[in-house]
Design a protein. Structure first.
Lengths: 122, 122
């Protein structure tokens, strides 16, 4: 059987926001770098699970976005998991080049804040 | 000067959803494990930056949630950054014990999907 849309067993437990979207965190599978956060609907998750390429829903362009299709900075899918509430997705990928559209490796490289650092009690 | 609320320079660029919230990814600072995704408003980010303890807005309880306050599974803040669009926060923490309310170390340990794995072209 060719599955044409998201497996109903997954769709049944996925919890979407009011726009039908779920936040998806992309992480480099070997180094652990958190690369970016984007959004998936059912179809984007289906494509991510079945094509080997991380695919998102672009809220700004209102279209599916195969990461790297225009930039060449593809995300090759290694692992995918839903969180305990099924309302957040973790996608472990092999990121080619920069994950961020600014050219930075990750989307959190440029705007680092200065927190008070906490220390775990000994 | 004692800063009583989020630094205006940060608040000015923070992009919130229609509920005034921003997704925050908690990552173990040394191992790179992605622990959980939760939500912050301005005040939760302010507390996270100034107390050394990761603090979220609980959408289910509609109250501030100092992670570990009841469970003992605190998150001691090491680094905080905004992403390129200032609409997602990465908080690197030292997580005591389990990050997930289920008792798992991370919120993505239990519901692992089976993607088609992609391979970067050689």
């Amino acid at each position: 059987m060719v599955v044409m849309s998201l497996d109903p067993k997954i769709a049944d437990r996925l919890k979407r926001n009011s726009d039908g979207l779920v936040p998806a965190i992309a992480q480099q599978y070997d180094t652990g770098e958190v690369l970016m956060l984007a959004w998936m609907d059912d179809e984007a998750l289906h494509r991510t699970l079945t094509t080997g390429r991380a695919t998102y829903w672009s809220r700004s362009r209102q279209e599916y976005w195969v990461k790297g299709e225009s930039s060449g900075h593809q995300q090759w899918v290694k692992e995918v998991a839903l969180d305990c509430d099924a309302d957040a997705i973790l996608v472990k990928v092999d990121q080619v080049g920069a994950a961020c559209h600014t050219g930075d490796r990750t989307c959190w490289d440029a705007d680092v804040l200065e927190p008070v650092v906490g220390e775990r009690p000994q």
